[in-house]
Design a protein around this ligand. Structure first.
Ligand code: GLY
Length: 378
C-alpha cells in the first residue's frame, strides 16, 4: 500500500471519551494531504466512500482523492445546500452505497460542512444497520460543532433535525487550512458556534475571544487552531458526560431554539445560514434571560456589542422573519428538547453561565417575541 508518509506540520488532538466508542478529533493545518495515513488505523477494509457536495468537491475533492489514492475510493457528490438534508438526499446517498456494493466494513467519509456531515452520518447509521464513518469537516461550523458528538439528522416539514440518530464517527479530521476557501460570511457563521462555547460556560474564553476574535476570523493559524481546539475540548467534555442529551448537552443548544424557528421561517434557504440564525438566536436567549430577571442588561450589551463589532448576524438583521410571534412560538413548540408539551429553553444567568430551563413560561416567551417583533419591525 502506498500512503503519504509526510508528517503534518501542526497538529493537536482532542479525545471524545465514550468508552468503546471513543474517538479522536485531530486538528491541524495541511491535514488533508495526510488523510491517507491518518485514517488508516481506523479502516477495516480498503474501500472508502467520500460523500461531499459540488462546491467542496470543486475546491478540495482532487486533493482528498490524491491523499486516499492507496484505497479504492468512490466519490458521491451531492448538490450543495440544506435541501440535501431530506429523504431525497438520504435516498441518493444510500443508493450510491448500494450501487458501489459497500458492506459494513467499508468506510463512509463525510467531506464537507454541517449538511454533508449530518446527512452522511445518518446514512452511515442506517446503511446495513450501521457502517464505519469518518468526518472530515470543511467549514468552521462543522469543525467546532456538527462533526463532533454524533448527532446526525435530516429535516422535514415539521422542523430541523427531527429525523436522525446518535451515531459517533471513528475519527474527525479538522484541517484548518481548508477554511481559507470559505466565504467571509461562512467564517462568521461558524464563529457564532465558537463564541457559543464562551457564552454557555467559559467566560475566560469569551474574554480571550474579545481580544483575539479578529485573528480568528482572519484565520490566522495560531488563533484559529486555538479557537477550534478550545471549542472541540468543551464539546468533547460535554458529549462524554451526556452523549444522549439527557441533561448538560442541551447547553450546546444555546440560542438554537430561537435559531431553528428563524431557519424554518427562512425556508432553510441560503438567505440565512445556520450560524447566522444561531448568533441572532443567542442574542434572543440573552435578551429573554434579562427580561426574566435572570441575567444582567450589561451582559446582554456585552454579547451584542461583541457580535456587532465583528459583523455577526443580529436580531435586527432577521427582523422580517420575526413578524409573526405566534408562528415563531409554534415552530419552537416542535423543538426536540421540549417535554410533555412544555418548552425547554437554554437561558443564561450571565456570560459563561447558561442553564437548561424546563417548562419555560410560554406566555412570557410569547410576550417577548411579540414585543420584539413590534420593536424590530417598527
Ligand atoms: N450541536 C449541538 C450538539 O451537538 O449537541
Amino acid at each position: 500500500m502506498k500512503v503519504n508518509m509526510r508528517e503534518p506540520s501542526r497538529m493537536s488532538k482532542v479525545t471524545v471519551d465514550l468508552g468503546a466508542r471513543s474517538y479522536d478529533i485531530i486538528i491541524g493545518d495541511d491535514l488533508l494531504a495526510q488523510a491517507g495515513i491518518l485514517i488508516k488505523p481506523h479502516l477495516k477494509a480498503m474501500r472508502v466512500a467520500i460523500v461531499t457536495d459540488e462546491n467542496v468537491y470543486a475546491l478540495h475533492g482532487k486533493d482528498l482523492e490524491a491523499a486516499l489514492s492507496a484505497y479504492e475510493t468512490h466519490m458521491i457528490i451531492r448538490p450543495a445546500g440544506e435541501s440535501q438534508k431530506s429523504f431525497e438526499g438520504l435516498q441518493s446517498v444510500l443508493e450510491a452505497l448500494f450501487k458501489a456494493g459497500f458492506d459494513r466494513n467499508d468506510t463512509v467519509v463525510a467531506f464537507g460542512g454541517g449538511v454533508i456531515g449530518d446527512l452522511t452520518g445518518f446514512a452511515a447509521s442506517i446503511y446495513k444497520r450501521g457502517c464505519q464513518f469518518i468526518q472530515i469537516p470543511t467549514t468552521l461550523l462543522a469543525q467546532v460543532d456538527s462533526s463532533v458528538g454524533g448527532k446526525t439528522a435530516i429535516n422535514n416539514e415539521f422542523g430541523k433535525n427531527l429525523i436522525g440518530a446518535f451515531y459517533q464517527p471513528a475519527l474527525v479530521l479538522a484541517d484548518t487550512s481548508v477554511l481559507k476557501t470559505l466565504r467571509e460570511r461562512e467564517v462568521k457563521a461558524g464563529y457564532a458556534e465558537v463564541v457559543k462555547y464562551g457564552l454557555l460556560g467559559d467566560r475566560e474564553f469569551f474574554k480571550w475571544l474579545n481580544t483575539n476574535s479578529k485573528d480568528v476570523l482572519a484565520l490566522k493559524p495560531k488563533a484559529i487552531a486555538e479557537a477550534v481546539a478550545v471549542s472541540c475540548k468543551t464539546k468533547a467534555r460535554i458529549v462524554a458526560a451526556d452523549e444522549r442529551e439527557r441533561g448538560e448537552r442541551a447547553l450546546l443548544n444555546l440560542g438554537h431554539t430561537f435559531a431553528h424557528a428563524l431557519e424554518i421561517e427562512a425556508g432553510y434557504s441560503g438567505d440565512l445560514l445556520h450560524g447566522e440564525a444561531v448568533s441572532a438566536g443567542m442574542e434572543m436567549a440573552f435578551e429573554f434571560s434579562a427580561a426574566q430577571g435572570l441575567c444582567s442588561e450589561a451582559d446582554v450589551k456585552n454579547v451584542k456589542s461583541h457580535f456587532k463589532q465583528l459583523g455577526l448576524t443580529s436580531i435586527k438583521d432577521v427582523a422580517p422573519l420575526l413578524k409573526n410571534a405566534q408562528k415563531i412560538l409554534s415552530h419552537m413548540d416542535q423543538d426536540k428538547k421540549n417535554e410533555g408539551g412544555a418548552l425547554t429553553l437554554i437561558l443564561a444567568r450571565g456570560i459563561g453561565d447558561a442553564f437548561v430551563q424546563k417548562s419555560a413560561p410560554r406566555d412570557a416567551v410569547f410576550n417577548y417575541l411579540a414585543q420584539l417583533s413590534e420593536t424590530v419591525n417598527a
